[in-house]
Design a protein around this ligand. Structure first.
Ligand code: BES
Ligand code: MN
Ligand code: ZN
Length: 488
């Protein structure tokens, strides 16, 4: 998307609409300052008049729209509430810009000028671009119309450009997740990776089912066996760092549809299961951003792709699978398939020489029970690495919270016939037993598991982004990669 910079004032700029932000004072009255004050004086006091009449809200993410205000070149002004000054939450830049531009995207507009003095300009730009892109990508008439040209009052071209790269990478992730499973299955996902690699500048290797068999990926192959679309492992290599730097490994669950298998899901739980490849799509988005930004770091991204279906050759309850690292797994529930895919892929990542690992997966409903729909669950085998990922998420204004990894949770995974079984005893702590299962496959490499089952996909729109895929954690992974380079 095109973003132009400007130094013009809000009242003289030639645009279809302009966006400004407004804070509340502690006594609850909107504060007329900055760009809002410029509009106020140009319009002969229109804004202060509205504020005095109690018609102007500065409540967080509220929208006030002025039509054809006097003295203004632009016919539409959108004032987005920023809440109480001095109490701004750290994700306000992303959300406020998103909310204002999403509001304007209900019809097509060619030029929208933004006058927000954001704390985080890159995130504000990223929020604005995401805000005007919806999930209805296969409709003939879209609800949201991406703005043709955004105009931003700033001199910081670098921050704007970073925001554009982050946004476009999130849009890639979101598009992949929003596309249905009849369009995105292992082979087409792999083709999208190859295309992104070609334009962003990373190498793409694809393992097909024969190669996966050769590589003893018995767990992942079992999950995908009943599907007409065979599994794939995509390995994306970006070498921006020193030759001797051991790469960072990003591993994504890419279940392109999760029917539950023989442990079939009821219809209402199955209907959104196209989103079960969001981890892999997040890795793809992050690789796209890291390579486009040319970060001086070595990163390998892995997308473990399989479709969990039902057929005469379904894997069964009671089957014992041999995973790539040699551990045998007794299947007690074919709907706990993500961890089986990741078991093999994590082993490939370890053997590819990754010094540190992060996996991302829409892994458990239990994580949503624990943390709600908006927070990513973080589990790890290494406190320093967990802290590093946590702090990168915090700085990226993404919400992540740790879950404990006490050994007792792992004891629930004992099997009578195999090295492990694929679920714990009962449902309590289900996000953690899944995390403990994955830990068995990282061979002690510092590793963080991010359960994104809640935030990756929303069934309702928010003020700042449409429903459907959110693109969450792309920004965090980019920040982790940026710091990785500095730390090594
Ligand atoms: N893909 C699901 C988890 C999920 C649920 C993601 C809702 C997004 C929204 C996963 O494969 C799954 O089915 N997990 C089971 C695990 C259980 C069988 C131990 C679950 O959470 O019920
Ligand atoms: Mn499942
Ligand atoms: Zn799943």
């Amino acid at each position: 998307m095109k973003v132009e910079l400007t130094q013009e004032s809000p009242f003289e700029i030639d645009a279809d609409a302009i966006v400004v932000g407004i804070f509340n004072s502690t006594d609850g009255n909107p504060v007329i300052e900055g760009p809002v004050a410029e509009i106020d004086s140009a319009s002969g006091g229109m804004v202060s008049k509205l504020a005095e009449a109690g018609e102007l809200s500065a409540e967080k993410l509220s929208i006030t729209q002025l039509l054809a205000p006097q003295g203004m070149a632009a016919p539409v002004v959108v004032i987005v509430g920023l809440g109480e000054a001095g109490r701004a939450s750290h994700d306000l830049s992303y959300r406020a810009a998103g909310a204002a531009v999403k509001h304007l995207a209900t019809r097509s507009r060619s030029r929208v000028a933004v006058f927000l003095n954001s704390e985080r300009l890159d995130h504000a730009v990223c929020g604005a671009i995401n805000g005007c892109h919806g999930q209805d990508i296969l409709r003939q008439e879209n609800n949201l119309h991406p703005v043709e040209t955004l105009i931003w009052r700033t001199e910081d071209r670098a921050a704007v450009d970073k925001g554009i790269v982050l946004a476009e990478s999130m849009l890639l992730t979101r598009r992949m997740v929003n596309l249905p499973s009849n369009e995105i299955y292992p082979e087409t996902f792999a083709a999208e990776c190859a295309e992104a690699g070609g334009s962003a500048g990373f190498e793409v290797e694809v393992w097909d089912e024969d190669k996966l068999a050769e590589e003893n990926c018995g767990a992942m192959l079992a999950v995908g066996r009943a599907s007409a679309f065979p599994p794939r492992l995509v390995i994306m290599r970006y070498n921006g760092g020193a030759e001797n730097q051991q790469p960072l490994g990003l591993v994504g669950k890419g279940v392109t549809f999760d029917s539950g298998g023989l442990s079939i899901k009821p219809g209402p739980s199955m209907v959104d299961m196209k989103c079960d490849m969001a981890g892999a799509a997040t890795v793809l988005g992050a690789m796209n951003a890291i390579a486009t930004l040319k970060l001086p770091v070595n990163v390998i991204g892995f997308a473990g792709l399989a479709e969990n279906m039902i057929g005469g050759d379904s894997y069964r309850l009671g089957d014992v699978l041999k995973s790539r690292n040699g551990k045998t797994i007794e299947v007690h529930n074919t709907d706990a398939e993500g961890r089986l895919v990741l078991a093999d892929v994590l082993d490939v990542a370890v053997q590819s020489g990754c010094a540190k690992l992060i996996d991302l997966a829409t892994l458990t409903g239990a994580c949503m029970v624990a943390l709600g729909k908006d927070i990513v669950g973080l589990m790890a085998n290494d406190n320093d690495w967990a802290d590093a990922v946590y702090s990168a998420a915090d700085d990226s204004t993404e919400r992540v919270w740790p879950l404990p990894m006490f050994p007792e949770f792992g004891e629930q995974l004992k099997s009578k016939v195999a090295d492990l079984k694929n679920i714990g005893e009962g449902r309590w702590g289900g996000a953690i037993t899944a995390g403990k299962f994955l830990e068995e496959f990282v061979r002690g490499t510092p590793w963080v598991h991010l359960d994104i089952a809640g935030p990756a996909f929303a069934d309702k729109p928010s003020a700042w982004i449409d429903a459907g895929a959110s693109g969450c954690m792309v920004r965090t992974l980019v920040e982790v990669a940026r710091r990785y380079e500095q730390a090594e």
